[in-house]
Design a binder for this molecule. Structure first.
Ligand code: PLP
Length: 361
């Protein structure tokens, strides 16, 4: 088996343990004579996986009992629309903090549904920084405050969660879910497409305060009602059983390596190696991001010119380091170093960066 290091932003690399266990069990799931993805989602075997996934997530992220875990289809993008449809009611305002491409997408859907306010917009600084608490002009009594905790394209990440008082805080954590412990006293809802830190595509992993679910509209079509999904533990209709299963295996892997503590340790080691290589390059590699806002999940950098960037990406690819091209909207290079990316992968990348600079400096 020859696995390369895959730095793709999403779908992205998964733990080898997840893939191997899935391939062992794919055809004949635990001697049942059929695959888990061929059987009824109302049966005992699937039900065990479904609820065990919730239990594991609760344990790893230390999720309190007054929060509901939901597995919904449509990815994070569906939540961009579903959140305002269910929670932004007539006469209310929702706050959207704009830190980059993904926050703006959520905001754009919000504008279609109701009245929105922007407490802070990073446009002037080309979205290279996260605002401080005292820079936010929050709307008193807003329906919610929305933020994107990690901007996958711009490579910036909230180093803290802002205090929003009585107003619910809703976070798109698609690219940093399960990479950091969460202050549940400050947060009311997180949602994340699973294809970055957890599993294949096909699902949003959601943690939502039960009191917020109670505030959500109940006069919407069934799939758009959070309370409908909560009451049936995300088994109202057919859940994305394959993605739930893969999430389960990745959570088991997180637990097996030592849980959130070890995840944080590896995360910090990988991020500091990569930012260190950029800093020690005498300006050959440039990271445009404010030092206090650097993402530990998506590291972006530029080379002296675009031809060198093309060469860098092509040669890295040949060296078994794939997916390093920056998002088409911003160019440059980007390494996504989510939980499953091994430390060795980042070591190999840093070695390659140093060698490339010597040969092309
Ligand atoms: C990838 C991504 C999304 C979109 O996720 P889908 O599951 O494709 O809808 C939304 N927000 C962030 C921060 C992302 O990284």
């Amino acid at each position: 088996m020859a696995r390369i290091f895959n730095f793709s932003a999403g779908p992205s690399t998964l733990p080898v343990d997840t893939l191997e266990e899935a391939s062992r069990q794919l055809v004949d799931y635990h001697d049942s004579g059929m695959s888990l993805i061929e059987m009824s989602h109302r049966g005992k075997l699937y039900d065990e996986v479904h609820h065990d996934t919730m239990t594991l997530a609760r344990e790893i992220l230390d999720i309190p009992d007054d929060f509901q875990i939901l597995f919904l289809q449509g990815g994070a993008t569906m939540q961009f629309g579903m959140v305002p449809m269910a929670l932004l009611k007539e006469g209310q305002t929702a706050d959207y903090i704009l830190t980059g491409s993904w926050a703006k997408k959520a905001y754009s859907d919000g504008t279609l549904i109701g009245k929105v306010n922007v407490p802070w917009d990073g446009k002037e600084g080309s979205y290279t920084k996260i605002p401080a608490q005292d820079e936010l002009t929050l709307t008193p009594g807003a329906a919610y405050v929305h933020l994107c905790s990690n901007e996958t394209i711009g490579g910036i990440q909230w180093p803290y969660f802002p205090d929003t008082g009585e107003v619910p805080l809703i976070c798109d954590m698609s690219s940093d879910i399960m990479s950091r412990p969460l202050p549940w006293d400050k947060i009311d809802m997180v949602y994340a497409g699973t294809q970055k830190n957890l599993a294949p595509a096909g699902m949003a992993f959601i943690v939502m305060r039960k009191s917020l679910i109670e505030k959500a509209r109940t006069d919407l079509p069934a799939y758009l009602r959070y309370n409908q999904h909560a009451e049936s533990d995300s088994l109202y209709n057919t859940p994305p059983s394959f993605t739930v299963w893969m999430t389960n295996l990745t959570l088991k892997w997180i637990k097996s390596i030592g849980g959130m503590k070890e995840i944080e340790k590896r995360r910090d080691e990988k991020a500091s190696m990569l930012y260190g290589a950029i800093e020690n390059s005498d300006g050959y590699y440039r990271n445009p991001v404010d030092a206090g806002s650097r993402s530990k999940m998506n590291v972006v950098w530029r080379l002296p010119d675009e031809d060198l960037e093309k060469k860098f990406i092509a040669e890295a690819d040949k060296a078994g380091l794939s997916g390093l091209k920056g998002h088409r909207s911003v160019g440059g290079c980007r390494a996504s170093i989510y939980n499953p990316m091994p430390v060795e992968g980042v070591k190999a990348l840093v070695d390659f960066m140093n060698d490339f600079m010597k040969a092309n400096g």
